[in-house]
Ligand binder design. Structure first.
Ligand SMILES: Cc1cc2nc3c(=O)[nH]c(=O)nc-3n(C[C@H](O)[C@H](O)[C@H](O)COP(=O)(O)OP(=O)(O)OC[C@H]3O[C@@H](n4cnc5c(N)ncnc54)[C@H](O)[C@@H]3O)c2cc1C
Length: 444
């Protein structure tokens, strides 16, 4: 089948590779001059299978309220006049209820475990080099409440094969001596055997491999709109961004996969498909490493500041924070300062802290934390978007599952895939692939 993928971030590129591997004729469109240049560029690179908690969690309502009142918190939701943002925020608050949280967590855990299996397989097949490390992931806690919540979550994750272990303060310091710098503020930690890697390098390298296998990448090409005729998508209107005459032309295909990150809702809206995705800004700062022996071996998650710390080759990246501020790409130096301060506190002079490069990106966030993967209300328009804080973690699983769905098969994982229930299942002779209780914003 001829398939057009809209967007060459980590999601679109991985989808293109899987589609080509399944024998489809594939082309990808992106406005950037290369793959992975937007949100997939400065990620922390955690394949966070053992810590996939959605942001919408019990206790988060109070934290959101605190930000609205102007106090500092990891998730910042300032007041602004945008009805879709307000609808999203109301839905987010509903998803914070403990039942919804557990439902979403279970879905993410199952999908993340499946995705890790697919990533292993992809790496075996391609031999990709992307600064991968498999030393594990440790989240540390500086409040009793977050530690107790993490203990409850650990038990739920175990049901799905996402295994992590809780450590008390002494055990945490024994495993990662750098945490001793936190003194009595450290309550404990959770540790899993997750891997990390440079998501940007992964995307770029996978695009190179996919191109060698025949995938055509239309870079520096803006998607202007979708062409809909007789209830189907027949083409994508595009405009080249280089050259003197930006003439609009139409690229045609039999199926279309929307993977345009935070821009997916605007593209989908043109053909009447509503996607509840909001841009959630995050920052990262990357510094050269001078003394690797002083660093943590594992990638770290700091629950109190809402940040993570990862080694990527000879660089250390600290990133995170969540601001729902629309398309604003300005960098809050105060937040960067706080990240660097935490790095210095833990690792002292292990890095050239004054040589940091800062970056920010817009995560495509749904209120539940669950991405749209599957069909839309339009028969040949497929969705692979809205991965929020877990795009690198879920890329391989989402792409592999989408290829199954496009081929009329039910993916072998318990997850609330998007789209009219049962359509493809009917062809594969299986049950519907939308599990009962899937969240309301998951319809195309
Ligand atoms: C600070 C930070 C840290 C993160 N850390 C992690 C982590 O450790 N682990 C993890 O799993 N995830 C992490 N994430 C999340 C992850 O980066 C995202 O989920 C992921 O990058 C989303 O990928 P995407 O392909 O959907 O979007 P993008 O990478 O944004 O790709 C969308 C593509 O669509 C193209 N596009 C959009 N509109 C148009 C148009 N009109 N015409 C042409 N092209 C268009 C864009 O150019 C872009 O290349 C982090 C995010 C941030 C911000």
């Amino acid at each position: 089948m001829r398939v057009l993928v809209l967007g060459a971030g980590v999601i679109g590129t991985t989808t293109a590779w899987y589609l080509a591997a399944a024998g489809h004729e594939v082309a990808v469109i992106d406005r950037q001059p290369a793959a992975g240049m937007e949100t997939s560029r400065g990620s922390l690179g955690q394949v966070s299978v053992t810590h996939p908690e959605p942001w919408a969690a019990p206790g988060m309502r109070t934290r959101v309220l605190a930000t609205m009142l102007g106090r500092d918190a990891p998730l910042r939701m300032p007041l602004r006049f945008d009805t879709s943002a307000w609808r999203w925020a109301a839905s987010f608050l509903r998803e914070c209820g403990s039942e919804r949280f557990e439902h979403n967590l279970r879905q993410l855990a199952a999908f993340a475990v499946y995705s890790r299996e697919q990533l292993d397989d992809l790496r075996r097949q391609t031999g990709l080099d992307y600064e991968r490390r498999d030393q594990g992931l440790m989240h540390f806690y500086t409040s009793e409440a977050t530690m107790r919540a993490a203990e409850r979550t650990t038990a739920i994750l175990a049901d799905h094969g996402a295994i992590r272990h809780m450590l008390d303060r002494a055990e945490a310091v024994r495993v990662e001596p750098a945490l001793a710098a936190l003194g009595s503020r450290l309550i404990g930690a959770s540790v899993g055997d997750d891997e990390t890697g440079d998501a940007h390098k992964f995307t770029r390298e996978l695009a190179r491999v996919a191109a060698e296998q025949g995938v055509h990448f239309h870079y520096a090409t803006r998607i202007v709109g979708l062409v809909r005729q007789a209830g189907r998508i027949t083409g994508v209107q595009v405009q080249p961004l280089v050259g003197l005459e930006p003439r609009t032309r139409t690229l045609t295909a039999e199926a279309f996969v929307l993977a345009a990150g935070t821009h997916s809702p605007a593209i989908a809206r043109q053909v009447g498909v509503r996607l509840a995705i909001q841009p959630a800004k995050g920052l990262s700062v990357t510094v050269p490493i001078r003394r690797p022996e002083q660093l943590a071996q594992r990638s770290l998650g700091d629950e109190s500041l809402g940040i993570g710390i990862t080694r990527l080759g000879d660089r250390l990246r600290i990133g995170g924070t969540v601001s729902l501020v629309g398309d604003d790409l300005s960098i809050d130096e105060r937040l960067v300062g706080r990240m660097v301060a935490r790095g210095r506190e833990l690792f002292h002079d292990a890095c050239d802290w004054h040589k940091g490069t800062t970056w920010c990106g817009l995560r495509p966030a749904t209120s539940s934390g669950l991405p749209y993967v599957g069909r839309s209300a339009i028969e040949n328009l497929y969705l692979n978007t809205g991965h929020g804080a877990l795009g690198f973690t879920l890329a391989a699983g989402s792409a592999r599952a989408l290829v199954d769905i496009l081929g009329g098969l039910r993916p072998p994982v318990q997850f609330g895939f998007s789209g009219p229930a049962g359509q493809s299942a009917a062809r594969s002779g299986q049950q519907t692939f939308r599990p009962a209780g899937a969240p309301s914003d998951r319809r195309g």
